[in-house]
Ligand binder design. Structure first.
Ligand code: FAD
Length: 291
């Protein structure tokens, strides 16, 4: 099923993200986590590509299993940074052969310490080029892209970021998923600005439940997200106690999601990080709200 069919429904739903294992030995535990999350019957599950510590090798295999064995629509991520055109075309062919219908087209992060001149020979510099490649291929795909309510860390300003975002959508994105954020007002402000800029595709807000104190620093560093005082106080108070932080983090994410639903959002993507218990707890909290 193409995600656009799902996203155009009015019912309220959650989708979840998993990331592939770092090593072959971790495959079984990721498979188990994936199966448990799939049992929650989310609107779809996304599988990252070399992000969150996972490798890219298993992305397609996991995405295919989610779709074929668990009957949940799946979204396979694909990055293009430092890949050759030949490699990307081969990947697209593999996606087509696996029967995957939804692809998240990403640039990927620039390897640390790499200078601008070292990138001069790259076949792809931005996600927009991957979107075009996917659109022009013979795979009939629903393509998604990433967007940043608090602007992408490399952007000079929001106006420029939104201008490039519009270019990416015009190249063939049917929906966008946001970077995590901890203050919903940032999202509402962003939505206003992108709609004003003529971006009309569905936007899926991404919410990350922070369930352990050590996760905070890494998540903020990766995303550059603003931490509201309310959230900081919660981490200060409960960060040292794993059980309390987990409960508080789930409650904070639940609260964010309820507010998003109350303000017109119909699908929230939960960065569930291979944690079925966290995904299940959020879903339980919303049992009478979800469609
Ligand atoms: P782009 O759209 O190319 O944007 C990157 C920067 O370039 C922005 O500052 C943008 O304004 C600018 N830009 C865009 N087009 C142009 C242009 N034509 N000329 C000049 N500047 C331009 N990473 C992974 O490795 N694997 C994953 O699975 C993964 N999943 C993600 C899922 C989501 C929802 C999000 C938000 C991020 C994900 N990431 C993942 C991280 C992502 O790869 C990084 O944030 C990366 O730095 C940017 O990727 P992008 O696709 O947004 O890039």
């Amino acid at each position: 099923m193409k995600l656009t069919e799902r996203l155009n429904q009015d019912t309220l739903s959650l989708s979840f993200e998993v990331f592939p294992p770092k090593t072959d030995t971790a495959f079984e535990s990721v498979k188990h986590a994936t199966e448990e999350i799939a049992k929650l019957r989310p609107s779809f599950m996304s599988v990252t590509y070399g992000a969150g510590g996972g490798t890219s090798r298993y992305t397609l295999e996991i995405a295919k299993t989610i779709k074929e064995h668990y009957g949940v629509p799946t979204l396979a991520h694909l990055t293009c940074v430092s890949s050759t055109r030949e490699t990307v075309r081969r990947k697209i062919e593999e996606i087509r052969a696996a029967g995957i219908q939804n692809v998240m087209a990403l640039r990927g992060d620039i390897p640390q310490g790499m200078e601008q001149e070292d990138r001069s020979h790259w076949d792809y510099r931005h996600a927009v080029e991957l979107v075009r490649e996917l659109r022009e291929s013979n795979a009939d795909l629903c393509i998604g892209g990433a967007c940043y309510p608090e602007i992408h860390p490399e952007s000079q300003n929001q106006k420029e970021d939104i201008r490039y975002l519009k270019e990416k959508v015009d190249a063939g994105c049917s929906f966008l998923t946001t970077q995590m954020f901890f203050d919903n007002n940032l999202l509402y402000n962003f939505l206003y600005k992108i709609r004003e800029a003529g971006i009309t595709v569905p936007i899926i807000p991404g919410v990350m439940p922070i369930t352990n104190g050590n996760q905070v620093e890494r998540a903020i560093k990766l995303s550059g997200s603003f931490m509201p005082q309310r959230f900081k106080s919660l981490v200060d108070k409960f960060g040292a106690s794993p059980a309390a932080m987990k409960q508080a983090g789930i409650a904070y994410a639940t609260d964010q999601i309820i507010d998003l639903f109350a303000n017109g959002v119909t699908n929230v993507h939960v960065y569930s990080m291979n944690k079925p218990d966290v995904a299940a707890a959020i879903q339980r909290n919303l049992s009478d709200i979800l469609g």
